[in-house]
Write a protein that binds this ligand. Structure first.
Ligand code: UDP
Ligand code: MG
Length: 319
């Protein structure tokens, strides 16, 4: 079975048409059984009513209504938790993603991938969204090693195992492929048809760029150092500490010669003392982070199993 998870917030005008388009894709029955899981992220318009109506006519439609607006990552997580398919699609509820691309996603997934992300090559969004997005994508690709042209695209498909292992919160929904890649899953992309928004309004503004940058730091830390925070914090801390100690030792030697006193206005004194203070803080912070990790880490966070072999039936003893 294929699940389609659709996070939506105030998209009432788009939903009926989206449902009709999804029906056209899955109605032909070439793809197999599907469930259409609409997750209403606390909409204040008539979105939920539209979903209720659709569910009356179509047994494939399922709905989840969150009590208030929790954000796209939360809506997606709610959908993932209840999705029953072996393959799970995510697509936006605003008609910007074209459901007709679903078969192509599946073909690409079958070429041995675990995640296929959409790439809105020709975008229909204002320039002040497109330009920062370019820079953002290049940075994410470089820093995480997960090379996608369009990390932000809401149109993606995952194998179920991926979602079992990758948890998201906050606004990390853009980084599921990155987190999956860090676990060793195979990630690919295809170009998709992107349509201009016809109804409703975009829920994200320019502020998303700043949040995206902060999230990039989080993701980089989560994927590289989350299991050994002291390695990164401690390395920088020890470096600064060493500089500080040598600087202060040198200043002490200088002070021994009465001709050099007082030394209070020497810049090196100030630098060394600062390095010593900041270095000490980073090391202790690293130890604290290490403590938090050791309490919260679960065995399954430390690896990801691709396949296993169990003794075959032939080896079982006859009763
Ligand atoms: N969305 C959501 N919860 C939110 C914000 C957005 O479920 O708090 C949904 C929204 O309804 C849409 C998708 O996430 O289906 C993408 O949002 P939007 O189209 O506003 O982003 P853009 O396409 O402008 O990047
Ligand atoms: Mg949109």
């Amino acid at each position: 079975m294929i699940s389609v998870v659709i996070p939506l917030y105030n998209e009432e005008e788009s939903l009926a048409q989206l449902h009709a388009e999804l029906d056209r894709v899955f109605g032909a029955d070439v793809i197999g059984p599907a469930e259409l899981l609409f997750v209403d992220d606390g909409s204040r318009d008539g979105s939920w009513r539209v979903i209720q109506e659709a569910a009356k006519r179509d047994p494939r439609v399922r709905g989840i209504r969150l009590r208030r607006n929790f954000g796209k990552a939360a809506a997606l997580t709610a959908g993932f938790e209840s999705a029953r398919g072996k393959v799970v699609f995510t697509l936006d509820g605003d008609l910007q993603d074209d459901p007709a691309e679903i078969p192509r996603f599946l073909e690409t997934l079958d070429q041995g991938l675990d995640v296929v992300s959409g790439w809105k090559r020709t975008r229909h969004d204002p320039w002040h969204k497109v330009l920062p997005s370019r820079v953002f994508n290049a940075m994410v690709s470089r820093l995480t090693g997960c090379h996608l042209h369009d990390h932000n695209c809401g149109f993606k498909v995952y194998r179920r195992e991926v979602l079992r292992e990758v948890g998201i919160y906050g606004e990390l929904h853009r980084f599921v492929p990155v987190l999956a890649h860090a676990k060793g899953f195979r990630v690919g992309e295809i170009e998709v048809n992107h349509r201009p928004r016809r109804f409703g309004s975009s829920k994200y503004g320019v502020a998303r760029f700043i949040k995206g940058l902060l999230d990039l730091i989080t993701v980089r830390f989560l994927t590289r150092f989350s299991q050994r925070p002291l390695h990164v914090l401690g390395t920088i801390g020890l470096g600064l500490l060493t500089l500080g100690v040598f600087g202060l030792a040198y200043m002490a030697v200088v002070w021994l010669d009465p001709a050099n006193r007082p030394i209070g206005d020497r810049p090196l004194l100030l630098y060394s003392a600062t390095f010593l203070g900041v270095g000490t803080q980073l090391v202790t912070l690293g130890v604290l982070a290490e403590l938090v990790t050791s309490y919260s880490i679960r065995a399954e966070d430390t690896f990801s199993v691709a396949e296993t072999i169990e003794p075959s039936e032939n080896f079982k003893e006859e009763p």
